[in-house]
Write a protein that binds this ligand. Structure first.
Ligand code: B3K
Ligand code: ZN
Length: 882
């Protein structure tokens, strides 16, 4: 397979101002007629051939200006059609035939439960017709859909309907027109039997918009939350960025078979039903949160992605990092800001840090790829968002707003680069952001260590930061990064000190601030503060102001102090996490050395103080007391000790449950009583109470303990909402079969007709920590409800097991690895994108013990040896082995 390089980018030779598409829908033989107006660009030589992308198409005919073009003038390559001797401006008519029902890759036009739908990003449009399928070719689309109205009562495309009639053929012909030029990846078509949920919205300038949610009729009662989320997002973008919606209709369609979360097609989003459908009894708080975030994310793309799009796919983070950042700001404004920041950081550490430290590490703006679908990564999305956040922190909110305004004004309607984005901010504020741009081009997570020195005599306090950035594939040497470190110094009384740098006058305007952004620009940067009488406890990287690994030398006692006193809620949580990681590391070492395991009393007491502190938001208590996940713990070890991590984490969980039983029961019972009889509501306070109650339950029910079991069972049986029912089920799931199986059976019997709930049923079993986990998974693969064709199902069972059941997946025999390799090979034949995602858990193979390394490597080599692998899987496997 060929590697595509950013350095080889060339502008398009032919532009397409407009295209008329006609789809004559048929499950196995849909006929697509594409009439494109083509124009050679000024810089293109007259004899330049027209090169069109196309994949898996049956070519029926080609005509130029109405005259058929024979095969003597075109060359059909595997994924291209090259036509010679074309005029400077002409109308190209291409007729192709496609097979939506046979499309199992879910890219291009396919069928999901009898609904025709499309997914064109990144390169799916070429599976519909021959076209310059690249984001810098922007066209006006007019789309006619022809189908049997009895079977397909709803037929949608981008923009507005402009004609709708029954033809002489007895079929319905509906034409949609999108006034905004767009790249082919934003094209969409949907047709099927769908129920409509409609609601009006008036934009800030007074334009009326019809908001339309289309779902399968049986789901008509699960749309309310998504609709409310959409309205919130629309209002927020008007207020926060001054951006309003620009078409008369905004449509969202929910389908069950979808490779990722959702897709921002202009005026016609297509969503994985997981991110639309919710009812209190079927969806958890986390589902409600996910819906709010993803609906908003796709809506925000209308400006950051659609109105201003990417020049080429290397620039993906231009729209994704920025849109994730906007989504994070939106969520923070609607839920507890600290809790939402904690969630951002958890995702970053669990997914992006390992990626940045592994064989597929790549910059936020990659410079090469084999298959672009493999670059919809946590680096491009989440680290990309962190880069935008750092820019916001470094230049400040007002300057950021000026930069965004200039970006929208300067580039509306264009396909641009990450440089263009940063330049808009630099120009709007007369700044030089050249060094900052390194965040886009250098891969890897910077490691920052800090040394402190207090001199009581001169009353000065020194912070010396040292940054290092390890080599990553293709990047042996790196330059220092620009790192904003939001800082406070906490005095012994718990109050933050005024921060005056030694070289500043006492009356300098900054000198009485208690929080400052220190900017590291070199490998070593030192800051000296004046008037510091006593040794303070530094609170560094507040709000996680940069995506770095901060190595702190703070004492345990300082961490316990920060847990109780830091006025930055995020850093209070961070202190608890750091403390917990330390304790777990020590326990892992004790277990390895055969020493008895003991939970340190100071740690337990700090924990107990946090639970018992009723001045704190329950949501934050729950976050602070949630132990670091296994993936992030693995990331903190040079050599990953699978058994050690599981054993130490389980031990802490059990010991807390045992030693703090009284307190945990009291908190659980109080919270449960407060919520009893109240109808479900998705508001931050209620979500916080449920999450703390479920966390108490998890500790109480840790295997080996029994105090929480009765409560878990009662909660599972009587809860009126999925969050609490699942809280109970998760505790039962970790118990022996005699206790867990009846609960699983009852759950399935009740929910077998709700696919999204059945996904949870698979996932809870796939991730349950029990001795024979893989056998359970193998049995579930045979369950009638399991299907390799549905990505949600594959993720719930296979994906969840491999990524989140370390005990089962890393079974010392290597059976878990063989199982995953088998599934990847099978899936690659039907859905390469999903198959390639499943390679993820293998990527860290070099970090395990020798035996596991050998076994994982064998599994990867077995995949690599297969003939006819997709580009997707080939790229992931070959890079993992390199
Ligand atoms: N832009 C889409 C992702 C498309 C993935 C293509 N393999 C969803 C999003 O990020 O909003
Ligand atoms: Zn996106």
């Amino acid at each position: 397979p060929k590697t595509i390089l950013l350095s080889e980018y060339t502008p398009p030779a032919y532009l397409v101002p407009s295209i008329d598409l006609e789809f004559r829908l048929d499950p196995h033989a849909t006929r697509v007629t594409a009439v494109s107006r083509m124009e050679r660009t000024a810089d293109t030589p007259a004899d330049a051939p027209l090169v069109l992308n196309g994949a898996g198409l049956k070519l029926v005919s080609v005509a130029i200006d109405g005259a058929p073009v024979g095969p003597d003038r075109w060359l059909q390559e595997e994924e291209r059609l090259v036509i010679r001797k074309v005029p400077a401006a002409f109308e190209l008519t291409v007729v192709t035939e496609i097979d939506p029902a046979g499309n199992t890759a879910l890219e291009g036009l396919y069928l999901s439960n009898g609904i025709f739908c499309t997914q064109c990003e990144a390169e799916g449009f070429r599976k519909i017709t021959y076209f310059p399928d690249r984001p810098d070719v922007m066209a006006r689309y007019r789309t006619t859909i022809i189908g049997d109205p009895a079977v397909l009562p709803v037929m949608l495309s981008n923009g507005n309907p402009v004609a709708d009639e029954i033809g002489e053929d007895g079929l319905r012909h509906i034409t949609w027109e999108d006034p905004f030029p767009k790249p082919s990846y934003l094209f969409a078509l949907v047709a099927g039997d769908l129920a409509l949920c409609e609601s009006p919205f008036t934009t800030m300038s007074g334009r009326d918009v019809s908001l339309r949610l289309y779902v399968e009729p049986r789901n008509a009662d699960k749309c309310e939350h998504a609709m409310a989320s959409l309205k919130k997002a629309m209002v927020w973008d008007e207020q926060a960025y001054g951006r309003e919606y620009d078409l008369d209709i905004y449509m969202i369609v929910a389908v069950d078979d979808f490779n990722m979360g959702a897709m921002e097609n202009k005026g016609l989003n297509v969503f994985n039903s997981k991110y639309i459908l919710a009812r209190p009894d079927t969806a958890t708080d986390s589902d409600y949160g996910g819906i709010e975030a993803v609906v908003a994310h796709e809506y925000f793309h209308n400006w950051t992605g659609n109105r201003i799009t990417c020049r080429d796919w290397f620039q993906l983070s231009l729209k994704e990092g920025l849109t994730v950042f906007r989504e994070q700001q939106f969520v923070a404004d609607h839920q507890s800001a600290a809790v939402s920041r904690i969630h951002d950081v958890r995702v970053l550490r669990a997914a992006q840090f390992p990626e940045d430290a592994g064989p597929t590490a790549h910059p936020v703006r990659p410079d090469s790829y084999i298959e672009i679908s493999n670059f919809y990564t946590s680096t491009v999305y989440n680290k990309g968002a962190e880069v935008i956040r750092m820019l916001h922190t470094l230049i400040g909110p007002e300057a950021f707003a000026r930069g965004m305004d200039l970006y929208f004004e300067r580039h509306d309607g264009q396909a641009v680069t990450c440089e263009d984005f940063v330049r808009a901010h630099a120009d709007a504020n007369e700044l030089d952001l050249g060094d900052f741009f390194r965040w886009y081009v250098q891969a890897g997570t910077p490691e920052v260590s800090v040394e402190t020195r207090h001199d009581p005599e001169s009353r000065s306090f020194e912070l010396t930061f040292t940054q290092t950035l390890k080599p990553t594939p293709g990047q042996p040497v790196k330059k220092p990064m620009v790192i904003p470190v939001r800082t406070a110094l906490i005095g012994a009384d718990g109050a933050p000190l005024a921060l005056r740098l030694a070289n500043e006058a006492a009356d300098a305007p900054e000198a009485d601030q208690t929080e400052r952004v220190l900017v590291l620009e070199d490998r070593v940067t030192r800051f000296t503060f004046a008037d510091v009488a006593e040794r303070p406890v530094p609170s560094l990287l507040r709000g996680f102001s940069a995506p770095v690994k901060l190595e702190t030398r703070a004492e345990d006692a300082d961490l316990a102090f920060l847990m109780g006193h830091d006025d930055d809620a995020f850093n209070r949580w961070e202190a608890a996490q750091t403390y917990a990681i330390r304790v777990i590391h020590r326990l892992i070492a004790d277990a390895a050395a055969g020493r008895p395991l003991v939970l340190p009393a100071d740690f337990r007491d700090a924990f107990a103080r946090t639970i018992g502190d009723d001045s704190l938001d329950p949501a934050l208590i729950a976050e602070a007391l949630t132990l670091p996940g296994e993936s992030y713990l693995a990331e903190t070890m040079t050599r990953i000790d699978v058994e050690g991590i599981t054993a130490a984490r389980q031990f802490v969980r059990r010991e807390i449950g045992r030693s703090l039983e009284g307190l945990l029961l009291e908190v659980f019972d109080r919270l449960a009583a407060e919520d009893a009889g109240k109808p479900y509501s998705f508001d931050p306070a209620s979500v916080g109470r449920r999450s703390l109650a479920n966390l108490c339950l998890a500790y109480l029910g840790a295997p080996g303990g029994t105090a929480g079991l009765e409560r878990a069972r009662r909660r599972f049986e009587t809860a009126d909402n999925m969050t609490d029912a699942l809280g109970g089920l998760l505790v039962l799931a970790d118990q022996e079969d005699a206790l867990s199986q009846p609960a699983f059976d009852a759950f399935y019997a009740r929910w077998k007709d709700e696919p999204l709930v059945v996904d949870k049923w698979f996932m809870v079993q796939a991730t349950a920590s029990r001795a024979n986990a893989l056998d359970h998974v193998l049995k579930l693969m045979e369950h009638p409800a399991f299907s390799m064709r549905n990505p949600n199902r594959v993720r719930s069972l296979i994906g969840a097991f491999a990524a989140s059941n370390p005990r089962g997946f890393h079974e010392a025999s290597g059976r878990g690895y063989d199982f995953l390799a088998d599934q990847i090979i099978t899936l690659d034949a039907s859905n390469p994108q999903i198959a390639a995602r499943l390679v993820g858990p293998f990527k860290r193979w070099r970090r395990y013990d020798d035996q596991r390394q050998a076994l994982m490597r064998q599994a990867l080599e077995r995949i690599a040896a297969r003939q006819g692998l997709s580009r997707d899987v080939y790229e992931m496997v070959s890079k993992s082995l390199a």
